[in-house]
Design a binder for this molecule. Structure first.
Ligand code: AQP
Length: 328
C-alpha cells in the first residue's frame, strides 16, 4: 500500500480553504493509502502563539479532522511534538538545506515582504522541518493545497541530495494537489488566498463560523460587473471562486453549474453557494460538538504517536548511522 503524509498548523480558525485544499483530499484517499496525518504544532510556533489559544486550536483541529470524516482506524493521527523524531530529522535536513533554497520559499518571502518585524529563524527554516515530516515516513504522496507545493519540492530535493550523498535512504515524495480547489481565495479579495491568518474575517469562512454568518459572507462576496455567469479565474476571479466552492462541496462539475446558471443572475448563484455552505457547516459542527463532548481525542493522539514513533525512530536511527552521528 502506498503511503501518504500531511499536516495542518493549529494557527487559528480552520477555513473552508483548508478543508477543500487539504482535509477533503485526506478523506478521499484514506481507504486507498496508508495515511499519516499530523497536527503541525511545531510549525505553529514559528510565529508567536498564546499557549492557551494554541492548546484550544490544537484540540479544535483534531476534532475537526474527525468531524470532517477522518477515520482513526484507517489513519494514524498524532501531534508533531509527540514524535520527537520530527525535530531530530528536521535538524539534519536544516543542515542539508542551502540558504539560497530557503530564500526562495515564497511563504517566507511573502511574510517578510509585508514588512513584519521580528520574523523568527524558525519561520525561515520551517520548510526543512517540513521535509523531515514527510521523509520520516517514506511518503509516496503528500496531499497539499497549491501554496505548499514548493515546500514538497524542497523535500524532494533534500531526499535526492541525501540519497546521492550517502546511499538510498528516503523515498522521493510527490505532491498531490486537487484539480479543483487547490487554492480557494478570499471572498473580499479574490486574488488573495483564503487563510487562517487573514485579517479581514469577511473574506474567510471559518469551519466554526455560525452557518448564518457564513452565508452572509458568501452573499456579500466580491464579484464583478460582467453580469454573465462563467468560470474564468483570470477575468472573473471572485465569481469563479464561488463556483469552485460550490463544485467542491456539492461534487457537481463546474461545467454543469455554469450551464445551469445560463442567463441567471449572480444573486441566485450566491444564494445556492450560501445555502450549500450553511448546510455543510451545520452538519459538520454537529459532529464537531459531539466529538468535543466525548473524551476520545486523547486516546487517538496517544495511539497515533506510538504508531508513528515506531516508524519515525527507525528512520532517524538509519540516518544517524549514515551521517556518522551514532557510533554503533
Ligand atoms: N485557501 C486555500 N485553498 C486551498 N488549500 C489551502 N490550504 C490552506 N489554505 C488554502 C491548504 O491547507 C493545508 C494547511 O496548511 P497549513 O495550516 O500548514 O498552512 P498554510 O498553507 O499556511 O495555511 P493557512 O490557512 O494559510 O494558514 P496560516 O494563515 O496560518 O499561514 C495546506 O495543505 C495548504 O496548502
Amino acid at each position: 500500500m502506498k503511503r501518504m503524509v500531511s499536516g495542518i498548523k493549529p494557527t487559528g480558525k480552520l477555513t473552508l480553504g483548508n478543508y477543500i485544499g487539504a482535509i477533503s483530499q485526506f478523506i478521499q484517499y484514506q481507504d486507498e493509502y496508508e495515511m499519516f496525518i499530523f497536527i503541525a504544532n511545531q510549525h505553529a510556533i514559528t510565529v508567536a502563539q498564546d499557549a492557551k489559544e494554541l492548546r484550544q486550536n490544537t484540540k479544535n483541529l483534531i476534532a475537526l479532522y474527525l468531524a470532517c470524516g477522518l477515520d482513526p482506524k484507517k489513519v494514524t493521527m498524532f501531534l508533531q511534538s509527540d514524535v520527537p523524531a520530527h525535530t531530530t530529522l528536521g535538524w539534519v535536513m536544516t543542515c542539508n538545506s542551502y540558504i539560497g533554497e530557503l530564500n526562495r520559499m515564497t511563504q517566507f518571502k511573502d511574510k517578510s515582504a509585508k514588512g513584519e518585524v521580528n520574523l523568527t529563524a524558525g519561520l525561515y527554516t520551517y520548510p526543512s522541518l517540513m521535509a523531515a515530516d514527510i521523509l520520516l515516513y517514506d511518503a509516496d504522496y503528500v496531499p497539499v493545497g497549491v501554496d505548499q507545493k514548493q515546500h514538497v519540492e524542497l523535500a524532494r530535493n533534500l531526499a535526492e541530495r541525501f540519497n546521492n550523498r550517502y546511499s538510498p535512504t528516503f523515498v522521493v515524495p510527490t505532491p498531490l494537489t486537487p484539480k479543483i480547489g487547490a487554492k480557494i481565495y478570499s471572498l473580499q479579495n479574490p486574488l488573495k488566498k483564503m487563510s487562517k491568518s487573514e485579517e479581514d474575517p469577511k473574506g474567510t469562512i471559518a469551519l466554526l463560523d455560525e452557518p448564518a454568518v457564513a452565508r452572509k459572507k458568501i452573499m456579500s462576496a466580491v464579484t464583478d460587473s460582467f453580469a454573465c455567469i462563467a468560470y474564468d479565474p483570470q477575468k472573473q476571479p471572485g465569481l469563479s471562486n464561488l463556483i469552485q466552492i460550490l463544485s467542491c462541496l456539492s461534487q457537481e462539475p463546474i461545467e454543469e453549474i455554469v450551464k445551469r446558471y445560463e442567463g441567471k443572475g449572480y444573486g441566485e448563484l450566491k444564494k445556492e453557494v450560501g445555502d450549500t455552505v450553511y448546510t455543510f457547516l451545520e452538519q459538520l459542527q454537529a459532529r464537531y460538538r459531539a466529538i468535543m463532548d466525548s473524551n476520545i481525542i486523547e486516546d487517538i493522539l496517544k495511539e497515533g504517536a506510538q504508531k508513528a514513533s515506531l516508524i519515525a525512530n527507525k528512520k532517524v536511527a538509519k540516518v544517524h548511522r549514515k551521517v556518522g552521528l551514532s557510533l554503533f
